[in-house]
Ligand binder design. Structure first.
Ligand code: NCD
Length: 317
């Protein structure tokens, strides 16, 4: 990771780099268990979170991660910025750049927005979700969560595991980043969802396309349920939430057909009773809250590896 300036996506990222991020995140996790949850590693550095789309968990997770490494943080959100007054993305970026931040965490509804900011400015850019393209920190925290659970179950890693991603795969940047990351780590990805949310053009990605949730449940080591991305669907592609739950939702009856130690995941926010039943989301197979905890550790690792390593004066935690 030494020469990497940005984290824009997991497509093309090598296995050794993913392993380094996950191993570093494991060390970072220890800091969050202390009474004083702070190390001086990024003292004096400034991290801006620049969010053009609503977000609570990703934004607060990056914010806490930066704070636990002692960086100064500044939140810049679209509702408080001039973009609502017609300012372009590049003008917003120039304004923020004039305040000399070291890193910018960007979320934008357009695929490629973080790449543009990474190309035109020398700061470090972390993609916190760009349209339907990628959401790399989410997939990394998902992989860390899976790795932990597999280590507990049988001592193994990600290699050879079957991960089923179910639901609106077509519009999910979480799914895309997981597909790239997991296949690099030697796992196999099965996808299932309604025809409009899991189209045959997904075959261009390294996945096996199935149809209903019943086609993947029995053989999966991990079942990752996705939220329907209503904001990206445009016109309705789904008759009703009830019908969706009947064909694609994960409830206790379906879970009975899975391996007893199957790992149930969801990036959040969850729609209880639609893609996942409440008793499954809160049940013993669910690692949904571990995903949230690991999110901070993974984002601390990314900030440390991208910013800390580049600076000779940075102190290791
Ligand atoms: C995901 C996102 O924004 O892509 N959520 C998140 O990062 N907390 C998934 C989703 O919105 O469904």
């Amino acid at each position: 990771m030494k020469r990497r300036k940005d984290m824009l996506g997991l497509r093309g990222v090598e296995r050794a780099d993913i392993e380094e991020i996950l191993d570093t995140a494991e060390q970072m996790r220890e800091i969050s268990r202390r009474k004083v949850k702070k190390v001086p590693t990024l003292r004096g550095r400034t991290v801006v979170t620049l969010f053009f789309e609503n977000s609570t968990r990703t934004r607060t997770s990056f914010d806490l991660a930066a704070k636990r490494l002692s960086a100064d943080t500044l939140g810049f959100s679209v509702s408080t910025s001039s973009t609502t007054k017609g300012e372009t993305l590049m003008d917003t970026a120039r304004t923020i750049y004039a305040m000399s931040p070291d890193a910018v965490v960007v979320r934008h509804a357009c695929a490629g927005a973080p790449h543009l900011l990474a190309r035109h400015f020398p700061w470090t850019v972390l993609n916190a979700g760009d349209g339907i393209n990628e959401h790399p920190s989410q997939a990394l925290l998902d992989m860390l969560t899976m790795r932990d659970r597999f280590a507990e179950i049988d001592g193994g890693g990600l290699e050879g595991r079957k991960v089923a991603i179910v639901g609106d795969v077509q519009h999910s940047r979480v799914a895309r980043s997981n597909i790239f990351g997991l296949t690099t780590m030697g796992a196999k990805v099965l996808v299932a969802g309604p025809g409009t949310m899991c189209r045959s053009d997904l075959a261009a990605l390294p996945v096996e396309i199935r149809h209903t949730v019943d086609d993947v449940v029995a053989e999966a080591d991990v079942i990752m349920m996705l939220r329907i991305q209503r904001e990206r669907l445009g016109r309705a592609v789904l008759p009703s939430a009830r019908e969706y739950a009947a064909f694609y939702g994960l409830d206790l009856d379906r879970l009975k057909r899975a391996r007893p130690d199957v790992v149930v995941m969801h990036p959040g926010p969850i729609n209880r009773g639609v893609e996942i039943a409440a008793d499954v989301a809160d049940g013993p197979n669910s690692v949904i809250l571990d995903q949230v905890t690991n999110g901070i550790a993974v984002r601390m690792a990314l900030l440390f590896l991208l910013l800390g390593n580049a600076d000779d004066h940075a102190q290791a935690p």
